[in-house]
Ligand binder design. Sequence first.
Ligand SMILES: *Cc1c(COP(=O)(O)O)cnc(C)c1O
Length: 232
Amino acid sequence: MRAERTDVATRLEAVRARIRAAEERFGRVPGSVTLLAVSKKQDTGKIRAAIASGQKAFGESYLQEAVEKMDALETLGARWHFIGRIQGNKTRQIAERFDWVHSLCSLKHARRLSEQRPAGRPPLAVCVQVNLDAEPGKAGLALGEVSDFIAACAGLPGLSLVGLMTLPAPAEGLEAQRRPFRELRRMRDLLATPERPLEVLSIGMSADLEAAIAEGATLVRVGTAIFGPREG
Ligand SMILES: *Cc1c(COP(=O)(O)O)cnc(C)c1O
């Protein structure tokens, strides 16, 4: 347990240093990139260690697993972001338990999440997931569908559409990694309006967070670089 704590604390500090270095290298405002710690398939001991080291936001992909962790860690003040595939019959728990959803790509799910968001809570912050490579079987809208989708979500009171998210196919090297992120940022710049600035770009993971920060990431989703390899 003690070793686990130091491990997570050390890795977390290394990831923060990578983010600071990339902000500086690519001329970003210091502190403008938020770190989301992706804790899917990681045990609660590691999440506790991250919280003890000042980490506040955690990303989960599997609803049942996420809810169990939330219950176990209830008093510690973590914020929870859903980043996995949304199942239509499970939107209620997402609407009730999470602060953010990064993986919205269905209008039906958008309507349900909005309806099911509890009245006393702020609107659920959502990013639209975009599938840039049009990889079959992968979640996300095609680039050409994003504009209509955003317009259709505009009137949903339980949602606050804050930006775009993508999960590109793995690529080697900074330039290749930057390409899809640049494409997403350009789409965001085209769609942004004063009323809906779409300021969030949820891009970048353990292997490509520098490329994402170079292209304007406001939030990076980092799992293994903080917690080590996932179980199962
Ligand atoms: C698992 C996952 C991550 C984290 O990936 P790492 O390579 O472990 O940093 C980020 N985003 C999404 C959507 C994921 O499913």
